[in-house]
Write a protein of this length. Structure first.
Lengths: 536, 497
């Protein structure tokens, strides 16, 4: 047995040496590597230049290893090795792992500070030339932040070669930052550089302009200060826009969660504490649909939401109808008891889902058309948030349309306005009650589909939204869907504008307190129904 | 005048209740301290602490009953006042730790040292004195309730709106107390207490004393509530509960009445919290959880609102059930026994349709059981052990569905029979094993909410009183009728109600 291992070992060794021998004299890169084995600093410096000049794709790796003192050499074998971060040995020439025992005279290639600067510039220069435009862009950003003077020649070369406009602009900005911080650039060049940096106008540019060394001349400093002020002003505007966007996004989520409640609580006057659980059921329907598609028809996975939306509406809606028929209809006119009974229901539903799907979060993946983001000015807009805002508005419009234009909507409004008269006109009021409640619950299910995209799908999903939703409905005014719309968006935006000053939690508390105070002033909400029926 | 005010409040039931409480206050510590541990009558110390916890909950329930049962204010945030009182006591207990903490800082509690607080925040001053802490236990919840109530009642926020705002209040407080920079220990709250007034909180004697004090506090609270309810003030409260607008038109300042009773109730809740903390040894922000407050309301509903004794009984019953459920087991046979009982009663009432229902239920259960195989396949694709379990417990599910149907059809005999049929099948396939109850507690609690509001709106004590009152009425009207017959006068026909 032992012999066998030895033989295999010898064979592998022979094979590796053969490979190494054939690779050793294959090109300028391999020749350049030999320079690292000389042991003198000047040879190492030459080797760095030669490696860079060779244009080999492994050059960057070698230089990074050199900088981190992970580049090893063996003078006897004239070979260079890279020690990876997890302590594996690679052959620098081939990039293959070394299987033989390392040579006895292996040592680290020594560098000093002067060489280190050379290496930095070389690495920056290398990635600035990378084939992938994304990497070039990242390298330009890195240079912009580090403003290392030694990269300047590489930058100039890269700018000259660059064809991608986005990368080119980033490179020019990087160059401007280097010029601004270089000691031998003229004041005129520096002021021109400040202009370029101001164009960019983000937080990093601001830091760059404010961190100008005291050695700069007076006119450069004043130019920098003026630019910095302008950037600050612009950023403040963008910040407001961003807060408004986040607020809209939060508002749309609140709208989705609250609009069903506006039907059951606002229109019917029924307190449904299990409303959040209807949302949660919708989210779990999304999860189940997606999981089933993953197994039975992966091709449709991207469109699972399209199937989940009607299903979630149906599931939550029918649970709602069941709740209305089974419990709530016995409790009309006893709102406090309704509150307690539906709270009990919410506990049961939560526990049921917990025992069916486990207490942990289930993952609902975003379809490809909903992931990703794009930039508008200095803010990033994610597609899923955008879709959810659209979805919320569509649901809102559809609901308004349903109530305004259809027979069912007409009957719903009639029953909620004057039950006895509606019954006298031949409307089956108890059927309408069940359907209205089912509609409100079904919309909660739709909210669940949307929330599954941005929140954790867990049995507690609904709980987090129930108090907020009630606040929206109470704030907007009971019995008025437009009030819910305005309430949701104004609460969402107010929340996001308070957050930077007070932090997320204190902002939330402040909103709650403000609403409590607001209800003192207008107990019936922003858009109160006027008339004698309101008090009853 | 004061004695008359109090004495008027003792009817026979209240006196018996107070005597029972007094007996408990003596008996429980006696069984723990005087009876040797080997004796079967000995009460272990952990049970004394548990009972003490129940008694504190009972005080909380009493405070809720005072405002909900007698004034119609449904507060879903009373847990906030309870927790605030608890925090005030916890702060005193924290200061008593002194140099015995992990960091041995004589002034700063451990969590402040840990979070690099340079000095004690101003609002912690004075809490090393028991008297000051005791004052704060009452004042802080009282002041919050006063301010909150002043705003809410003045602008006539009533009913459901008030309930939701109170819930938002406790929610906001919870968020605040979770924050580390609030200075109340953040997520972990206050714990690791050493002693109270120089006595070790862990010691048997202290635990028994705390228990006895809690019972005495409950008795005092009960007497106070009875006195208020039986007085003219109490009558106005009931008037406000039943017809707020009318009470206002009669010239009563409704807001002032409500504000007074709400503040008083908050103070009581604070005291309950203060007694609770040394007995359980911890107070943290989860006490502010809105769910806790609503749970406290259901204690009152179970016992019967507007009865005071009912609130106490309800709190103890529900919490006992909670302890039983979260730690106990039950043989699955129980469920079958219950089903038999229901079926027996049903067959007595409606023979044929209930038997037909039973046949349907049996058929559905068998069919579902046969489908369990394919269903468990679906469960595997969904990676959801729960669904596999549901498939295996199909007959119970079917029974539950029939129960919903029964509820939806106002308890028609057909679905009732179907419940029985499904459970009958369940009996045959259920293995003879003990069932851990913990996962079912929330089902039971949720079911309790629904069942009490639908089937027992008066609560236990309320229903009992209703029955006895009905019997008394009947006896009295019988007596009146016979007396009238003796006089030779025919009784006048009763006016329709």
């Amino acid at each position: 047995m032992r012999k066998l291992y030895d033989r295999i070992g010898a064979f592998v060794l022979a094979l590796a040496m053969l490979l190494a021998a054939s690779a050793a004299h294959a090109g300028p890169y391999e020749d350049a590597l030999v320079g690292f084995t000389q042991g003198s600093l000047s040879d190492t410096g030459d080797a760095i230049d030669a490696v860079v000049a060779s244009g080999n794709p492994r050059a960057a790796e070698v230089l990074e290893a050199l900088e981190d003192a992970r580049l090893m050499y063996s003078a006897q074998e004239k070979k260079v090795y890279i020690k990876t971060k997890d302590d594996k040995l690679l052959d620098a020439a081939t990039g293959q792992p070394v299987t033989t025992p390392p040579p006895d005279d292996m040592d680290t290639v020594v560098v000093n500070n002067r060489l280190r600067n050379t290496i930095d510039a070389a690495i920056g220069g290398l990635t600035l030339m990378a084939r992938d435009p994304g990497r070039r862009y990242d390298a330009a950003q890195a240079v912009f932040k580090s403003h290392e003077v030694s990269v300047l020649p590489a930058l100039d070369k890269a700018i000259a070669q660059e064809t991608n406009t986005r990368v080119k602009r980033a490179l020019q900005q990087a160059r401007a930052s280097v010029v601004l911080y270089s000691e031998d650039a003229s004041a005129a060049d520096k002021i021109a550089a400040i202009d370029v940096i101001r164009e960019r106008g983000d937080q990093d540019s601001l830091g760059l302009l404010d961190g100008l060394p005291a050695t700069a001349t007076a006119d450069v400093r004043t130019a920098a200060q003026a630019a910095s002020l302008r950037i600050q002003k612009e950023l403040a505007i963008w910040n407001t826009v961003q807060n408004a966007w986040y607020g809209l996004s939060l508002g749309s989520v609140l709208l989705l969660a609250a609009i069903g409640l506006a039907i059951t609580f606002g229109v019917m006057g029924v307190i449904n504490m299990a409303h959040g659980e209807m949302v949660m059921l919708g989210a779990y329907v999304t999860f189940v649909v997606q999981q089933l598609m993953r197994v039975y028809n992966p091709g449709l996975l991207d469109y699972s939401l399209v199937f989940a939306i009607p299903l979630a509406f149906l599931v939550s809606g029918s649970v709602g109808v069941l709740i209305e028929r089974g419990i709530i209809r016995f409790l009309y006119g006893r709102p406090l008891e309704t509150l307690l009974a539906t709270w009990g229901l919410s506990l049961i539903l939560q526990q049921a889902v917990r025992s069916a799907f486990g207490p942990t979060n289930r993952e609902v993946s975003a379809p490809s058309w909903m992931s990703g983001a794009f930039e508008v000015g200095h803010i990033t807009i994610t597609y899923n948030r955008l879709w959810i805002i659209c979805f919320a508005l569509v649901v809102f419009v559809a609901l308004i349309g349903l109530l305004r234009l259809t027979r069912l909507g007409l009957e719903m409004r009639a029953v909620t306005q004057n039950r006895a008269m509606a019954a006298a006109m031949g409307i089956a009021t108890s059927r309408i009650d069940a359907l209205t409640f089912g509609l409100g619950s079904g919309i909660a299910g739709l909210a669940g589909v949307a929330l599954s995209q941005i929140d954790n799908v867990s049995p507690n999903l609904g709980q987090g939204y129930i108090i907020d939703s009630f606040m929206v409905v109470v704030f907007g005014g009971v019995g008025n869907l437009w009030g819910t719309l305005v309430g949701a968006f104004s609460l969402g935006i107010a929340n996001k504008f308070l957050e930077p000053f007070a932090g997320a939690v204190l902002g939330k508390i402040a909103i709650l307190v403000l609403i409590i105070l607001f209800i003192q002033k207008r107990p019936r909400g922003l858009f109160a129904l006027k008339g004698r029926a309101v008090e009853a | 005048m004061m004695t008359a005010f109090v004495a008027r409040s003792f009817d026979r039931g209240a006196t018996a209740f107070l005597i029972a409480l007094a007996v408990i206050a003596v008996l429980v510590p006696a069984l723990n301290l005087l009876v040797p541990p080997a004796s079967p009558l000995h009460l272990p110390t952990y049970l004394v602490a548990l009972f003490g916890k129940y008694i504190c909950y009972a005080v909380l329930a009493l405070s809720i009953d005072l405002i909900w049962g007698y004034c119609g204010i449904l507060s879903l945030g009373h847990g906030a006042f309870f927790a605030l009182g608890g925090y005030a006591m916890g702060m005193y207990l924290m200061r008593q730790i002194g140099t015995r903490g992990v960091y041995a800082n004589p002034i700063l509690p451990d969590f402040m040292v840990f979070l690099n607080w340079p000095e004690l925040p101003v609002y912690w001053y004075g809490f090393q004195h028991f008297a000051y802490a005791g004052l704060m236990v009452v004042l802080v919840p009282g002041a919050l309730a006063f301010v909150f109530g002043w705003f809410a009642f003045r602008s006539r926020v009533t009913g459901v709106y008030l309930s939701i705002i109170t819930q938002a209040l406790t929610f906001a407080l919870k968020l605040g107390f979770f924050r580390n920079n609030f200075g109340f220990g953040g997520n972990n709250g206050l714990t690791d207490f050493k002693d109270i007034l120089g006595f070790n909180v862990q010691a048997e004697g202290t635990r028994n004393a705390l228990f006895a004090i809690s019972v005495v506090a409950l008795m005092l609270g009960f007497i106070l509530c009875r006195a208020i309810v039986a007085s003219k003030f109490g009558k106005v409260l009931i008037a406000i509960r039943d017809a707020e607008a009318r009470a206002r038109f009669l010239g009563y300042r409704v807001e002032s009445y409500k504000l007074f009773v709400f503040t008083l109730s908050a103070c009581m809740a604070g005291i309950a919290g203060a007694l609770y903390v040394p007995q359980v040894g911890i107070i943290n922000p989860s006490e502010f959880e809105p769910g806790n407050s609503i749970e406290a309301v259901i204690w009152v509903a179970v016992g019967g609102r507007g009865t005071l004794t009912g609130a106490v009984i309800g709190a103890i019953l529900v919490n006992y059930a909670k302890t039983f459920f979260t730690s106990g087991t039950v043989v699955a046979y129980w469920i079958f026994g219950l089903a038999t009982l229901i079926a027996f009663a049903g067959v007595l009432l409606y023979r044929r349709s209930i038997l037909l229902g039973a046949a349907i239920g049996l058929a559905v259960a068998v069919a579902g059981w046969l489908l369990a195989g394919p269903l468990s396949h679906v469960a595997a694709t969904l990676d959801s052990p729960g669904i596999a379990q549901l498939a295996a417990n199909w007959p119970f599910l079917a029974a539950g569905a029939f129960a919903v149907a029964a509820l939806a059809t106002s308890w028609q005999p057909l679905p009732l029979g179907a419940i029985f049929g499904a459970l009958l099948f369940a009996f045959f396939i259920t293995p003879f094993e003990v069932l851990a109850l913990a996962p079912y507690w929330l089902f039971a609690l949720g079911g309790l909410f629904v069942a009490v509001t639908l089937l027992l709106p008066r609560g236990i004590v309320g229903t009992l009183r209703y029955w006895t009152a009905g019997r008394r009425d009947r006896t009295m009207s019988l007596a009146a009728a016979s007396a009238a017959a003796e006089d030779g006068v025919t009784a006048a026909p009763r006016a329709a109600e």
